[in-house]
Ligand binder design. Structure first.
Ligand SMILES: [Zn+2]
Length: 117
């Protein structure tokens, strides 16, 4: 990886668990980061089941499969830049909240969706 370190994706309860992230997901995310050309701060990457429960994640969360991350994002300009870069990189599952953007490539879930929190 060029832009990210594996530890940025660690579940906070298990050091080194960021290595469980899916490689295809990470290469798409690197591509999106290159296209956006602004920093992506990862709020949440891989999650153990325990961690996912603790943060109130949905039961079959893509985070527990290493197929998702949340990128910190608090203003409308970066929200536009990051979201368009993710779409340009080929992502088609995006969740937008006031403070972060969720992105995943979980093919067991509906494609071509953008939801809000
Ligand atoms: Zn998420």
């Amino acid at each position: 990886m060029i832009y990210f370190k594996s530890k940025e994706f660690d579940s906070p309860d298990v050091r080194g668990s960021g290595v469980l992230m899916d490689e295809t997901f990470l290469s798409m995310l690197e591509d999106a980061r290159a296209k956006a050309n602004i920093p992506f701060k990862i709020n949440s990457g891989y999650r153990t089941q325990e961690r996912n429960k603790k943060v109130g994640g949905v039961k079959s969360s893509s985070h527990t499969k290493g197929l998702a991350c949340d990128i910190s994002c608090k203003d409308s300009r970066s929200r536009f830049i990051i979201t368009t870069a993710l779409i340009d990189a080929g992502f088609n599952r995006i969740g937008i909240s006031k403070s972060f953007i969720h992105v995943d490539c979980d093919i067991d879930k509906p494609l071509n969706v953008i939801w809000t929190y």
